[in-house]
Write a protein that binds this ligand. Structure first.
Ligand code: COA
Length: 514
């Protein structure tokens, strides 16, 4: 097997292995304690036969000796009583559900999405707080653990429900997640909340106390009032959670699409048929788009101008979209065409989809004399200021400033997913090794021999190969997950639906024909 099929197989097996959490030994102990696994808890609360859009399932992939699959937390969007909710659930089989740097980022990213889309947050808490050996990467800074609590308070105040169910020993930061929630359910016997657990209490004030007395469900539900409900077991707790969601009152509902969704025409093949696995060869981006849009209908904008950027209108699951897709390097013409198109969509309240397969903006004397710096900046400017929701898929390469012009993570797309054949870096390994070895040759400090240069070439190539790999990127939360190409249409449909019906900014939206 080769090409995209092999990459999809590899992705499936990475997902399967991450879904096993901390491995057999810890799973067996977890089950012996009568606790459900994190994904079973999630399945229990979701409406039957509905989709769960899991986010960043491969966070922390390859980090910490691969002992923290998924960064020890499962996040994603699912339906409860017909209402989309953000679920943020610790996996206690990985290091007691404690927080590593990637756990904090994943938790915060889920909250960010929830806040943007007014999704109630459901915290399934089973969490030992900060992973202490990593405390300098998780505790003190703005975007560390405290940032998550800040968001939780702000969302609650904004009327976005924050509900917790406590399943295990929740200490310190783990205790604040339920303590800051609007409503809390605790499971009898296993659920515990304490700012300091028994070892901390002993160290701080020399009091010897067991966990249940200190922070058990009965004490918190009947004496401290930290918890609102006690449940006999996990199933009853999860049932109670569904009941709470059913009684949340009227929330923002997803607006139905203007048109009925219709599948792309089978004659156009499957999306994965067009995945650019060899980034040195041109991809058939027109064909790729036709496998994603309703009825394979794509109304192209300015097809004869700036052809290295394809722009046009279509629908996905009935929702109108404006699509920008790379078909070669970005030149001045394609950049200004992109800016013009973005402004049109912004004016018409049409969400934007960016399909990135980009080596970068054109370089060289001719391009510079033609003003590529200012023209590419126009695209970046338009992307930055578009008020409509933006969605980005890395279908191939995402290199250099092309990443910016095509709405990379820094440009706040609502969601960003990668394909398993994607690559993301400042530049390709070939270009990077040339740049770095040239710099070394011309360095004033350098007395490098040709052998030194050859060694530098090899290490630079290896570094760029490793760091541009989509698994490297997703492990560090540079995206919201790697998806299979054939899932793209449905994933996009779900993401677009979440924003449909939002109040629109009706202020003036100029369109410059650049
Ligand atoms: N920091 C570092 N390691 C932690 C941790 C934390 N906050 N919480 C758990 N771990 C580690 C354990 O050392 C153990 O590691 P090992 O398998 O490499 O030995 C692993 O996670 C599993 O922990 P264990 O205690 O065996 O699991 P448990 O299910 O019986 O208990 C907790 C889970 C969370 C209740 C318990 O581990 C605990 O109380 N942790 C410390 C909580 C704390 O004091 N946090 C303060 C953070 S500021």
């Amino acid at each position: 097997m080769s090409g995209i099929n092999a990459l999809i197989d590899e992705l499936r097996s990475a997902h399967a292995s991450a879904s096993q959490g901390g491995g057999e030994k810890f799973r067996a102990r977890h089950a012996k304690r009568g606790k459900l696994f994190v994904r079973d808890r999630i399945e229990f609360i979701l409406d039957p036969e509905t989709a769960f859009l899991e986010l960043s399932p491969l966070a922390a992939h390859g980090l910490y000796g691969d002992e923290v699959p998924g960064a020890g937390i499962v996040t994603g969007i699912g339906m409860i009583h017909g209402r989309p909710c953000m679920i943020i659930a610790n996996d206690a089989t990985t290091k007691g559900g404690s927080f590593f740097a990637e756990t904090v980022r994943k938790h915060s990213r889920a909250q960010e999405i929830a806040e943007q889309h007014s999704l109630p947050c459901i915290y399934l808490v089973d969490c030992g707080g900060a992973f202490l050996p990593e405390q300098d990467r998780v505790f003190a800074d703005k975007d560390h653990f405290g940032g998550g609590f800040w968001r939780q308070c702000r969302m609650s105040a904004a009327g976005i429900p924050q509900i917790s169910v406590v399943f295990g020993g929740c200490t310190a930061g783990g205790a604040y997640i339920p303590a800051l929630s609007d409503q809390v359910i605790m499971v009898k016997g296993t659920g515990r909340i304490h700012l300091g657990g028994p070892p901390i209490v002993k160290a701080a004030i020399n009091e010897i106390v067991d966990g249940e007395t200190l922070g058990g469900a009965e004490m918190h539900t009947s004496i401290s009032g930290v918890s609102d409900h006690i449940a006999e077991n996990e199933e009853t707790a999860l049932q109670k959670l569904r009941e709470i969601i059913a009684n949340l009152g009227d929330g923002r509902r997803i607006a139905s699409p203007a048109r009925t969704s219709c599948a792309p025409l089978a004659a156009h093949g499957e999306t994965q048929d067009y995945a650019p696995v060899d980034l040195k060869r041109p991809a058939n981006m027109h064909a790729l788009i036709r496998t994603i849009v309703d009825g394979s209908e794509f109304s192209e904008f300015k097809p004869d101008y700036g052809k290295t950027l394809i722009t046009g209108f279509g629908h996905i699951h009935g929702y109108p979209v404006g699509i920008l897709a790379n078909d070669g390097a970005l030149f001045s013409e394609s950049s200004v065409k992109g800016a013009h198109f973005i402004e049109l969509c912004d004016q018409r309240h049409i969400p934007l989809i960016f399909l990135q397969n980009i080596t970068g903006f054109m370089v060289g004397t001719e391009a510079e004399r033609g003003g590529i710096a200012k023209h590419s900046a126009k695209l970046v400017y338009a992307v930055s200021n578009a008020r409509v929701p933006k969605y980005t898929i890395l279908v191939g390469g995402s290199y250099g400033a092309g990443n910016y012009g095509m709405c990379g993570r820094g440009f706040r797309p609502r969601f960003l997913f990668s394909w398993p054949n994607a690559r993301i870096a400042t530049m390709s390994p070939d270009v990077a090794s040339t740049v770095v070895t040239d710099l070394r040759r011309s360095s004033l400090k350098s007395s490098a021999t040709e052998e030194d240069i050859a060694a530098l070439d090899a290490t630079t190539r290896a570094q760029f190969e490793e760091q541009s790999d989509p698994y490297y990127a997703t492990a560090r939360l540079w995206d919201d997950g790697i998806i299979e190409p054939n899932q793209t249409r449905d994933v996009l449909g779900l993401c677009i639906a979440l924003a449909a019906g939002e109040d629109q900014d009706t202020g003036a939206r100029p369109v410059y024909r650049m």
